[in-house]
Design a protein around this ligand. Structure first.
Ligand code: SF4
Length: 223
């Protein structure tokens, strides 16, 4: 029987063979990425980017976002949905960064060990483990995996994490077993696999390249 690490490596390889070794080049400033991640909560990518573009057009600097009223900010980011909650979160987050660092800058996270950087970010109002992980992976290249609904579902079905694992506790478990050198591609490939093949309601097991590594496939009669 394969160890869980060997199984994780095999899954990485199969996903790379099928979808490629995608490294998404993001050139966003860490605070931009952080605000974008707050805007992404419970919405589509299209609406998230529309809201972010509006925000940057109306307020070219984060100091201006802090200086405006919550109501005006909410109007500007309306396309992202839950705009009052998100406006409050964005301003509270920026305020807290300014209070702690003395300016709107989080580049000091680059030199922090991963657990400390995660702790620092998740102690900000409205910043959960997924948001923190997005910032740390894309801006600072740290080996952390943002666990969205697709990553959570697919890794449970594969048996990389126990079936009853909560989304929050999935992240540290996965980071312990996944090969760090392919965490970028895994982030992209697991989401893609969840959207195109391992669908929430009816997984397309018959055409799945991960059958041989999948606990769900072994247990069910879908094959
Ligand atoms: S075999 Fe089925 S359940 Fe397993 S990863 Fe593939 S689609 Fe998902």
């Amino acid at each position: 029987m394969l160890s869980i690490q060997t199984k994780a490596e095999k899954i990485c390889e199969l996903l790379i063979e099928n979808y490629g070794n995608t490294i998404v080049e993001r050139e966003m400033e860490p605070i931009d990425e952080l605000v974008l991640a707050i805007l992404s909560q419970n919405t589509t990518d299209v609406n998230m980017f529309r809201a972010f573009e509006n925000l940057k057009a109306v307020y070219p600097t984060w100091e201006q976002v802090l200086a405006t009223s919550e109501g005006e900010l909410a109007e500007v980011i309306k396309p992202s949905g839950f705009f009052h909650v998100k406006a409050n979160r964005i301003q509270a987050t920026l305020n807290e960064i300014h209070r702690r660092v003395g300016r709107l800058d989080i580049s000091h996270l680059k030199d922090m060990p991963l657990p400390d950087a995660k702790k620092w970010l998740t102690s900000l109002h409205g910043v959960g483990p997924k948001t923190a992980s997005i910032v740390l992976l894309f801006c600072f290249g740290k080996a952390t995996l943002p666990v969205d609904t697709h990553v959570w579902r697919v890794t449970k079905r594969l048996g990389l994490i126990p079936e009853k694992t909560s989304r929050e506790s999935a992240q540290p478990l996965l980071e312990e077993i996944l090969p760090h050198d392919c965490i970028y591609s895994l982030n992209h490939n697991l989401i893609r696999h969840g959207r195109e093949v391992c669908l929430a309601r009816r997984p397309r097991c018959a055409s799945c390249i991960l059958q041989g590594e999948c606990d769900y496939f072994q247990k069910t009669t879908c094959h």
